[in-house]
Write a protein that binds this ligand. Structure first.
Ligand code: HEM
Length: 396
């Protein structure tokens, strides 16, 4: 499955160092740029790869690493779970994301997903919708920062969906806040905070068991083996991703008010996620040696895919840097648009995130962009530097 259209163009079994790479810094390879300016680094890598007729480049991150952005690479990485393994991915070093389905690998992963999927399926979203709609906070009067508003809104929406709004709000805020800070803050262990969250999860799940169930997400997860861990880990995966997508979507609507109507919002959200995918880079470790585009990729190497690079690849999209929701009148190229990943590991919360964001957009009055800095800042997730100051355009 190694990019058949490219295989014939390269002799099989070339060494890894024959792949194009962005410029290195003496002594640390790409580590410094990876830490300080990863987007220009990967954009330069992709430019050099394209110039060499390839869909793959290498990075020197202290261990062999490759970044691919072609649809063929995306399909292989997301479909061949025994080869592209999650157990050694970047999520392993972030305690928030180190557990549950996120780190489960084939063959156990599929079973875990089957177990947790029902709570997050489209049908169950309908059961949650009245509660999440009621939890959306009102807009502040006058000018306000759409990023700060989205942050608070998503906290309340997730509290409503997972816990019927019963989780201690300040604790939920304190739990999720470090995720937004630059590295290494999200990777630091925080035992007392995690114990407090687990205690709160146990308290709320006992209440549901005593009441004989319930229909919020915790009620569905709590009886499953490892269900409370799935709740904690998926909350961490949910918050910043959904906040950043909502903030960027509000900002785009304030700048392009002609798209602010419920029938256009699905295309606005897709275009927002193409340009600013919060999950900008996904990582795996190779579980075996692999020959790709004629190059030997060694077992244990980091294998990365990037919804950001694939979503902006000029070979796949017309005017890729432009915000053009009308492009969604047509299907995108297969395996080119991956804001929620794909295959068996497709984002567990995709339907939840889409429902929360589309409902929030539908409830917004006409808006006007006042001033802001929407430069994408990559951390664990990609988000706008902010603030994104908007105000009501209807005079209310
Ligand atoms: C706009 C919002 C969101 C975006 C852009 C997003 C993005 C992604 C992406 C790209 C992946 C695949 C990662 C990979 O393959 O390496 C993923 C997986 C995941 N997401 Fe989301 N996500 C969002 C919201 C949510 C929400 C609301 C939840 C809450 C349940 C969630 C929970 C998860 C989990 C648990 C996984 C791991 C699934 C697995 O490995 O089987 N995400 N997400």
């Amino acid at each position: 499955m190694a990019g058949p259209e490219l295989m014939g163009r390269f002799p099989a079994g070339l060494a890894l160092d024959t792949l194009p790479e962005p410029p290195t810094k003496p002594g640390n390879g790409h580590l410094q740029d990876w830490a300080l300016r990863p987007l220009p680094l990967i954009e330069e890598g992709a430019t050099r790869a394209r110039a060499a007729g390839r869909g793959l480049f290498r990075l020197r991150l202290g261990l062999p690493a490759v970044v691919g952005f072609s649809p063929a690479w995306n399909r292989a990485l997301l479909s061949d779970l025994p080869t592209f393994r999650s157990a050694g991915s970047f999520s392993r070093v972030v305690p928030y994301l180190s557990g549950g389905v996120i780190l489960a690998d084939a063959p156990g992963h599929a079973g875990r997903r089957r177990m947790v999927n029902p709570g997050f399926g489209r049908a169950h979203m309908v059961a949650l919708q009245a509660r999440t709609r009621a939890a959306l906070p009102p807009l502040p009067p006058g000018e306000f920062d759409a990023l700060a508003w989205a942050d608070e809104a998503v906290l309340r929406l997730l509290n409503a969906a997972y816990f019927s709004g019963e989780f201690d709000h300040a604790l939920l805020h304190a739990f999720l806040a470090p995720l937004r800070r630059p590295f290494p803050v999200p990777a630091l262990p925080r035992p007392p905070l995690f114990w407090a969250v687990d205690r709160e999860l146990r308290r709320l799940s006992h209440a549901r068991l005593r009441a004989g169930g319930g229909d919020d997400l915790l009620a569905l997860l709590a009886p499953l083996p490892g269900g409370l861990e799935e709740a904690r880990v998926s909350l961490a995966a949910a918050h910043d991703t959904t906040t950043h997508a909502l903030a960027y979507a509000v900002w785009h609507l304030a700048q392009h008010p002609q798209w602010h109507a419920p029938e256009h919002h699905p295309a606005v959200l897709k275009e927002t996620l193409r340009l600013h995918p919060p999950g900008w880079m996904g990582s795996r470790r190779l579980g075996r040696d692999l020959v790709w585009e004629g190059v030997r990729l060694p077992r244990g190497a980091l294998a990365l895919y990037s919804p950001y690079l694939s979503g902006r690849d000029p070979a796949l999209w017309d005017a890729p840097e432009q915000f053009h929701p009308e492009r969604w009148a047509h299907k995108p190229p297969a395996w080119a648009y991956l804001p929620f990943g794909g295959g068996e590991r497709l984002c567990l919360g995709m339907h939840l995130a889409q429902m929360l964001i589309l409902d929030a957009l539908a409830a917004l009055p006409p808006l006007r962009a006042v001033r802001g800095d929407d430069t994408p800042v990559p951390g664990i997730t990609l988000g706008p530097r902010g603030p994104l100051v908007v105000c009501r355009a209807d005079g209310a």
